[in-house]
Design a protein. Structure first.
Length: 250
């Protein structure tokens, strides 16, 4: 186990010990290192801002003060750039801007040397950025989904027909390298799949959604999962639905 990983695991073990605390000998045994190494790790945690306390004597040990916050997780330069690359390479994914902001918060608390190495490595990874108009549309769709409000879109179907529609967002889905907004179309009075690249305009209204559910879209196929249950391998949702007719074209 690398030291950064051990420090995080050590802080978690101290937190779980509560007011009882845990001895340096027990910590050393748990991590298969020397007591001297554990004490250096405890000093490093305390210097990073973790509220470590110690109680000397028989029955004493170490712990974290109640209500104290843990120090930020330490990333290697490669791990930091991997997060940046993953988000930057998928700018059309839902909440990509929020993910980028979260990653920059993590970068801001890295130690200066690691941050400098991450910045240098990041210059060796190039991606294509979305145009400003697409980012504005994505932002409106993200907001409508999060707040469960009706979004008004200008949509162009495959045959070139453009229509204005009020849509109640239900979920985002990716298939064949393209993102879709799946929602209840008030114009067609049915569930529809809207290819995000074919949405020309989008604006969030003040109207709350009426309560259409994911179950109305249908069950995803066996190889598809919601993002919270995804495995490490990249997977995409195939549009197999109960009431939806696939990507909207009319």
């Amino acid at each position: 186990m690398k030291r950064a990983e051990r420090l995080h695991a050590l802080s978690e073990m101290l937190r779980r010990s509560g007011t009882r605390g845990v001895s340096a000998e027990r910590l050393a045994g748990a991590f298969e290192v020397s007591v001297r190494t554990i004490k250096r790790d405890l000093d490093a945690l305390e210097n990073s801002g973790a509220p470590v306390w110690s109680r000397p004597g028989p029955g004493g040990g170490y712990g974290l003060a109640a209500g104290g916050s843990l120090p930020p997780v330490t990333l290697s330069p490669a791990q930091a750039v991997a997060l940046l690359a993953a988000v930057s390479a998928a700018p059309d994914a839902p909440y990509a801007d929020q993910a980028a902001a979260a990653i920059h918060k993590i970068l801001d608390v890295l130690d200066p040397a690691t941050r400098a190495r991450a910045d240098e490595l990041a210059h060796r990874v190039w991606v294509k950025a979305l145009p400003a108009s697409s980012r504005a549309i994505k932002s409106a769709l993200d907001e409508a989904m999060a707040d469960q409000r009706v979004v008004r879109i200008r949509y162009t179907s495959k045959d070139g027909t453009s229509t204005d529609r009020d849509v109640e967002p239900v979920l985002f889905a990716a298939t064949n390298g393209q993102w879709y907004l799946v929602g209840w179309c008030r114009l067609r009075n049915a569930m529809r799949w809207f290819a995000v690249p074919r949405i020309e305009r989008a604006g969030v209204t003040a109207t709350a959604c009426s309560g259409h559910t994911i179950e109305e879209v249908g069950e995803p196929p066996a190889q598809a999962r919601p993002v919270h249950a995804r495995a490490v391998q990249a997977r995409t949702v195939q549009p197999r639905t109960v009431q939806a007719r696939g990507p909207a074209s009319r």
